[in-house]
Design a protein around this ligand. Structure first.
Ligand code: NAD
Length: 498
């Protein structure tokens, strides 16, 4: 059995805890490797190494740090195919989605290549007589990231890409379900010229997370995962005096107004609800058609569209989506479908009996469609995170907008319409962090910023973009006065001029 070890100080660190997690191939249902879980002492060793490495790295000028990022980008592009294959084999997403996962992370690295410009700071000349004021952003020290299974390349790069570029060192605790690509990224970072210790990977479960949250040398923690754990990480990390941003779960709505381009809506929904088996925090698992006519047409066309979807192994280039990440997750999705029926929603398409010939032990589940879903239902309130689309009918624009606004989650939302005024009003008033207008998955580009509202995010700063730079730096403001006539003391010699 292949063991996946930690990566510390530019080298493999074999863990001694004797605790492991199984890493499956979701296509076959077989365990393909086991990942070592770190002890507190191993985490501490990684932090000590990172703290030492950070001093020299922070003193490296920003242009040199940016050159490492440029080289890292080149290496990822070089290895794109092999990284995507590994990612696909541990996560189960199809190759195109796996490349997309890496590509969206790479875009944050491209942003980080511009760090010398971004870190320039602010300057006010003559804030008072002979007084100039300037501010600079300085790195925090050692930072840590705890990431979910569903984007094992993109989300680590959201975090360490910015954190390292601004001069921090980093401890990454990736998901134990698909840990190989994060280790490869750290290896590539070393190959790109980052000094050993600047990026380290420590594997584990809650125990490793707790060790991170209480370690005195870790200054900031970025977390992405489910909301209950995000809330726990936020509370525990801040109680230990750390800066914490913790992104949580989601239940994104797509509002369809009667004037929407229905051909586009059906295609967009098919990708956004079922792509990557619905395991995206920006998926669209809820659609809200406004008016009966829109709802009836949408339902009929979605049933036909679902009939065209191909579920297959993740290496099948024609497959729309592959297996979900684990048997437990597949069973949880099936359970939600059962509950949805019990709650009185109409199960129009049932994906539970789907089996892929030759891969009967794989973690596959077919697409499902519910109609008549109501606000009070548990299956509407909670995140299912699978290939299940729920139709919630609304009679008016106001009723439709109220649904995502009042939902416990507020990650993303989309509106489909040809009416610019309605779209504008929607974008301005909806109580959600990321809005798409005729864009089903409005993940902001890397130089903007990613983050939801309500129970989709705890903390004040978003991921990447300028917000990311703020999260990983602290600002220092200098007020300087150079009074006239006091510089002539000949006994004073600037040390470097001796
Ligand atoms: P998860 O919450 O189970 O795990 C996330 C991380 O927390 C992993 O590294 C895991 O090892 C660790 N962890 C697990 N149990 C823990 C515990 N009890 N205490 C402390 N740490 C623990 O999430 P997941 O299943 O890997 O990912 C899916 C979830 O992530 C979904 O809810 C999805 O919406 C969310 N997500 C959110 C965003 C976003 O930006 N808002 C992006 C991607 C995924």
């Amino acid at each position: 059995m292949r063991d996946i070890a930690h990566f510390v100080n530019g080298q493999t660190l074999t863990g001694a805890s004797g605790r492991f997690g199984d890493v499956f191939n979701p296509n076959t249902g077989e365990v393909q490797a086991r990942v070592q879980f770190a002890t507190d002492a191993e985490l501490d060793a990684a932090v000590q190494v990172a703290a030492k490495a950070q001093i020299g790295w922070a003193a490296t000028n920003p242009q040199r740090r940016a050159r490492v990022m440029f080289e890292f980008k080149r290496l990822i592009e070089r290895d794109m195919n092999s990284l995507a294959e590994i990612l696909s084999s541990e996560h189960g997403k199809v190759i195109a989605d796996s490349k997309g996962d890496i590509q969206r992370g790479l875009e944050v690295i491209e942003f980080a290549c511009g760090i010398p410009h971004i870190l320039k700071g602010e300057y006010t000349e003559g804030a008072g007589p002979g007084i100039d004021v300037y501010s600079m952003r300085q790195p925090l020290g050692v930072c840590a990231g705890i990431t979910p299974f569903n984007f094992p390349a993109m989300i680590p790069m959201w975090m360490f890409g910015i954190s390292i570029a601004v001069g921090n060192s980093f401890i990454l605790k990736p998901s134990e379900k698909d840990p190989t690509v994060p280790v490869k990224l750290a290896e590539l970072m070393m190959e790109a010229g980052a000094p050993p210790g600047v990026l380290n990977v420590i594997h584990g479960d809650k125990s490793a997370v707790d060790a991170i949250l209480s370690h005195p040398l870790i200054r900031a923690v970025s977390f992405v995962g489910s909301s209950d754990i995000a809330s726990y990480v936020y509370q525990t990390g801040t109680a230990h005096g750390k800066r914490v941003q913790a992104m949580g779960g989601a239940k994104n709505h797509g509002i369809v107004l009667p004037d929407a381009d229905m051909d586009q809506v059906v295609k967009d929904l098919s990708g956004a609800a079922f792509g990557s088996a619905g395991e995206r925090c920006m998926a669209l698992p809820v659609v809200v058609p406004v008016g009966k006519k829109t709802a009836d047409e949408l339902r009929e066309r979605m049933v036909a569209e679902i009939g065209t979807l191909k579920v297959g192994v993740s290496t099948d280039l024609d497959a729309h989506y592959g297996p979900v990440v684990s048997a437990a997750h597949r069973d949880k999705i099936a359970d939600y479908i059962r509950i949805g029926q019990e709650e009185g929603a109409e199960l129009v398409v049932d994906g539970r009996d789907f089996q892929l010939q030759g891969f009967e032990k794989g973690f596959f589940i077919g697409p499902s469609l519910f109609d008549g879903v109501k606000k009070g239902m548990k299956t509407y309130q909670e995140e299912i995170f699978g290939p299940v689309l729920q139709i919630v009918r609304a009679d008016s624009f106001e009723e439709a907008v109220a649904l995502p606004s009042e939902h416990q989650y507020g990650n993303g939302v989309a509106i489909f319409t040809r009416n610019g005024r309605a779209a504008r009003e929607f974008a301005a008033s909806v109580n959600v962090g990321m809005v798409g207008i005729n864009v089903p998955i409005p993940v902001p580009v890397a130089y903007h910023t990613f983050g939801g509202w309500k129970r989709s995010a705890f903390g004040d700063t978003n991921q990447h973009g300028v917000e990311g730079v703020k999260f990983y730096t602290k600002v220092k403001t200098v007020t300087a006065r150079w009074p006239e006539g006091e510089a002539g003391d000949s006994s004073f010699v600037i040390p470097t001029m001796k």
